[in-house]
Design a protein around this ligand. Structure first.
Ligand SMILES: NC(=O)c1ccc[n+]([C@@H]2O[C@H](COP(=O)([O-])OP(=O)(O)OC[C@H]3O[C@@H](n4cnc5c(N)ncnc54)[C@H](OP(=O)(O)O)[C@@H]3O)[C@@H](O)[C@H]2O)c1
Length: 294
């Protein structure tokens, strides 16, 4: 696994940017649609070429918004060349069996306005046997509809079960909640994944603007590190997530200026002094913690 702040090398040799854009709550009318589309475009113009979405988000509306903003599906903006983008989407657990996953994937592709996904994730574990989901994911790869697949919200025991299934070890990514105020995965899941070359995609890397962990953005440690580098607290939080070269952070924003700011985090390298300060304020786990989820 290459240690590069900007690009993460996956186990199949593909590279993905260390900072991407999330899309949960986008396309649901919480902010004007054109502003959300503009934020996605601003992110891409600033160099954030990875977009994370899911059939769940806004019941498909987030995927539609990504298509409109980046792939020209509504004719509103010139499309970004498809090969420049890394598009990640997720299938509901109850759609992840042989009877539904192929239609679910087709519907996702249609909403996005593309003919392939760079990465397709099982959103969380449900009742469909892992063996069946993996076999279907492998078929989707053979059909060219997805380039690779992964999982989300899997703890170590789930990953171990996955590794027992035929082709289960073709999983390239596990997307899990990770931010400075929620470091449980550092104890066992991250090392387990690093040993097996499974990249981590950190969701809620900004703790949903600090609402998941009060005081995160205004913590003296975060503010001090930000001051030291002429950066913002959000950039420090993102740089913390991607510091070791095996984690991709996918902050979500509906603001064009935040999108540019978030991308700037890829330039910020935290040194030992910064990390010691952050560690003192938000210590690494010393025992197994339940997997944090949203
Ligand atoms: N696999 C899963 O189960 C799962 C679960 C949750 C999330 N996700 C994925 O992960 C993505 C990120 O997680 P999230 O959306 O829950 O939360 P998040 O990225 O931690 O936080 C989003 C919040 O941060 C704010 N923000 C963004 N950039 C900022 C900046 N530079 N300064 C200050 N505030 C900033 C945004 O507000 P503004 O709009 O005002 O910028 C928004 O309120 C999701 O969108 C989704 O794609 C996956």
């Amino acid at each position: 696994m290459a240690i590069d702040v900007h690009m993460i090398e996956l186990s199949d040799g593909a590279e993905m940017p260390a900072i991407g854009q999330g899309t949960w709550y986008l396309g649901e009318g919480r902010s004007p649609r054109d502003e959300e589309a503009e934020a996605l475009r601003a992110g891409v113009e600033a160099g954030v070429m990875l977009v994370d979405t899911a059939e769940m988000y806004g019941d498909g509306e987030a995927e539609r918004l990504v298509g409109e903003a980046l792939l020209g599906t509504a004719g509103l903006a010139a499309p970004v060349p498809r090969e420049d983008l890394t598009i990640v989407s997720k299938v509901y657990p109850w759609n992840a069996g042989r009877d539904r996953i192929f239609d679910a994937c087709d519907a996702t592709l249609e909403r996005l306005g593309t003919d392939y996904l760079d990465l397709y994730l099982l959103h969380w574990r449900g009742n469909v046997p892992l063996r069946e989901t993996v076999a279907c994911m492998e078929e989707l790869v053979e059909q060219g509809k997805i380039l690779r697949w992964g999982v989300s919200n899997f703890d170590v025991d789930d990953m171990e079960e996955l590794w027992e299934v035929p082709a289960g070890d073709h999983c390239v990514v596990n997307q899990v909640l990770y931010h400075l105020g929620s470091r449980g995965i550092e104890y066992d899941l991250l090392p387990w994944m690093e040993e097996r070359d499974v990249a981590c995609m950190a969701y809620c890397p900004l703790a949903q603007a600090g609402t998941l962990r009060r005081g995160l953005f205004t913590s003296p440690a975060v503010e001090e590190v930000a001051r030291r580098h002429g950066a913002t607290p959000a950039q420090v939080l993102l740089a913390f997530c991607v510091r070791d070269g095996n984690v991709i952070a996918i902050p979500r924003t509906s603001s064009a200026s935040h999108a540019v700011e978030d991308d700037g985090a890829a330039e910020l390298e935290l040194d030992d002094r910064d990390l010691a300060l952050l560690d003192r304020a938000f210590p690494a786990p010393t025992r197994k913690m339940p997997l944090d989820m949203q």
